[in-house]
Design a protein around this ligand. Structure first.
Ligand code: UDP
Length: 241
């Protein structure tokens, strides 16, 4: 598997089709693999927050889920092939799971959202086995029960949608307790699958403007995103430090 290093983080240099081929075997290998889907904001947290840094380095497979990550790779002179959106990777993997009878579990989002996502998936993939689901507003004391449930359900693919970087930290800290094939940190993807949040129109995604759409919909993101051009401009210097 070929990777591009951004500040020491190995990011897969793959197309979407290649990412599906790489990740799908993790389900059968059953080694609690961790897939993370950083955008430029998370990359910035990786560069500035030691906890996030240490966490992301524990992942088995890192995909560039943001045009900012692709731009950073270009700036460093080692361009990534393309943005690989976690939400799209998840949709491809779900189709394979239906085909092969693999078992999925959705952890995260507000109460009721995972249920809606399940209902939408079943419309498109009637044979999909959703082994279980649980909202993402649990307390630390609920975790042993959640882990026991996931382990008892023989889950092949676990979506962890708790927002970044909580989901990445959660996956790394609980990996040794879990028995799954792969877990994917997918941010707000359950909201998209549920239809409670819309993705940007295709033309905006194609032009690399999905971030702009999200700011228009969720203006509170603006302050965080404003810092990113400065971060991206400084990335070459940081990589030389
Ligand atoms: N979320 C959750 N538990 C929490 C906080 C957030 O399950 O304690 C969910 C939230 O409902 C949403 C997702 O995590 O579905 C975060 O989505 P967002 O698009 O903000 O992802 P980010 O950009 O933070 O990765």
């Amino acid at each position: 598997m070929s990777t591009v290093s951004i500040l020491g983080l190995p990011i897969q240099n793959v197309t979407m089709a290649e990412a599906v081929e790489d990740v799908y075997p993790f389900l059968s290998e059953r080694k609690n693999r961790i897939v993370v889907t950083p955008n430029a904001e998370i990359l910035q947290a990786y560069a500035t927050d030691p906890k996030v840094h240490e966490t992301l380095l524990q992942a088995d497979y890192v995909i560039p889920d943001g045009i900012g990550v692709v731009l950073a790779s270009r700036k460093l002179g080692t361009p990534l092939k393309e943005k690989v959106a976690g939400v799209e990777l998840a949709a491809h993997l779900i189709a394979r799971c239906e085909r092969d009878g693999k078992r999925v579990y959705f952890l995260g989002a507000k109460p009721g959202v995972a249920e809606l996502a399940k209902a939408n998936f079943l419309k498109k993939h009637p044979k999909l086995i959703v082994a279980g689901l649980r909202d993402g507003y649990f307390q630390p004391e609920d975790e042993p029960q959640i882990i026991e449930e996931i382990n008892s359900l023989n889950v092949d693919m676990l979506f962890v949608c708790l927002g970044a970087p909580r989901q990445e930290i959660w996956m790394v800290e609980h990996r040794h307790l879990l028995k799954v094939g792969v877990m994917l940190g997918l941010g707000g993807s359950l909201d998209v699958f549920a239809g409670t949040v819309k993705r940007a129109p295709r033309w905006m995604i194609r032009l690399g403007l999905e971030w702009l759409y999200r700011i228009c919909k969720e203006p509170w993101r603006l302050k965080r995103v404003m810092e990113l051009p400065f971060f991206l401009m400084s990335i070459k210097k940081r990589s030389q430090d």
